[in-house]
Design a protein around this ligand. Structure first.
Ligand code: G4P
Length: 290
């Protein structure tokens, strides 16, 4: 789902999250482990207003594990607990509750002093579209939870989803926007498929992906498509077109005259990258954060 964000939508989204803050103990900020910076909302600190927060690096099954570790350390340096998870398979998801409890330990102790029982942790999941919010909610709930948008005209009470005895989630995740005024952010999101093809031409996206892969994961490209590589360091546009043509041939993306169909080749390489067939690839590293 791609949402067209306009200033009015952003204000509404922000207000909806701010209204929910008083209902929750902690926020779960969901990021894409392959691009934690680009999948982040630029105003998140202001929106969450110091609420205890757990950062989840979702889709960690697709990201480079060494780089994901660097991101965990990066967030720790900012005073944020971060945990890699794979909501699709469930890996790491069991760690979420203990981490939330750690975050809330001081508050729980104070309550205990007053004779109050800890109660279930109440949390809200927030993140940009396509980052995996629904998948995570379903995984935590252990069942498919119907998506219940905040539809105008329908008044409904706030629903809590029970995720075991000790965790409750607000049923409607907070949908945030990325920093899409930055063209590099838009391009990286497009490479993962979070920004749909209609918005950026697929060939442009594939070229950017192949350029990045040549610089950081050249072996994975070479192995999958049996590439003859351009000399290292000379990845100009011609070299990338040459690589795209080889990919097209390797994948049988040909027109009737035998010419490579670059659009098909582009779709093919992006599909491979997004589904993990090119291995575990991270598109951003903490040192690139400005
Ligand atoms: P959203 O609510 O934040 O918009 O995201 P949603 O859960 O709909 O997930 C978006 C896509 O990301 C889905 O794929 C989902 O399966 C996939 N996804 C979510 N978490 C993970 C994860 O940890 N690892 C991997 N590999 N994928 C994940 P889709 O192709 O749009 O749908 P479908 O193929 O699952 O039907």
């Amino acid at each position: 789902m791609t949402i067209q964000w306009f200033p009015g939508h952003m204000t509404k989204a922000r207000r909806q999250i701010e209204e929910k803050l008083r209902l929750i103990d902690a926020a779960i900020e969901l990021l894409d482990a392959r691009l934690p910076q680009s999948s982040r909302n630029p105003m998140i600190d202001r929106i969450l207003r110091g609420k205890p927060r757990l950062v989840l690096l979702n889709k960690c099954d697709l990201a480079d594990p060494a780089v994901t570790e660097e991101w965990v350390a990066f967030f720790a340096g900012q005073g944020l607990a971060a945990l890699p998870v794979d909501s699709q398979s469930g890996r790491g998801v069991k760690e979420i509750l203990p981490r939330l409890k750690e975050l809330l330990a001081e508050r729980t102790a104070k309550r205990a002093e007053k004779g109050m029982r800890p109660g279930a942790v109440r949390a809200l999941i927030v993140g940009i579209p396509n980052v995996g919010k629904s998948t995570l909610i379903n995984r935590l709930a252990g069942r498919k939870v119907a998506a219940t948008g905040d539809k105008p005209g329908i008044t409904k009470g706030q629903q809590w989803i029970k995720a075991g005895g000790e965790l409750e989630l607000l049923d409607t995740p907070g949908v945030l926007w990325p920093k899409f005024e930055d063209p590099d952010v838009g391009m990286r999101l497009a490479i993962t498929g979070a920004v749909k093809e209609e918005i950026l031409p697929v060939e442009e996206v594939a070229f950017a992906a192949v350029r990045y892969m040549l610089a950081h994961y050249a072996d994975a490209l070479r192995e999958r498509y049996a590439l003859e590589m351009p000399p290292s360091g000379s990845f100009d546009s011609d070299a990338i077109v040459g690589v795209m043509e080889q990919i097209g041939k390797a994948r049988g993306c040909l027109r009737s005259g035998g010419q490579v169909d670059l659009e098909k080749a582009s779709l093919s390489v992006l599909r491979d990258l997004r589904s993990g067939k090119l291995g575990r690839v991270s598109l951003e590293r903490p040192e690139s954060v400005s």
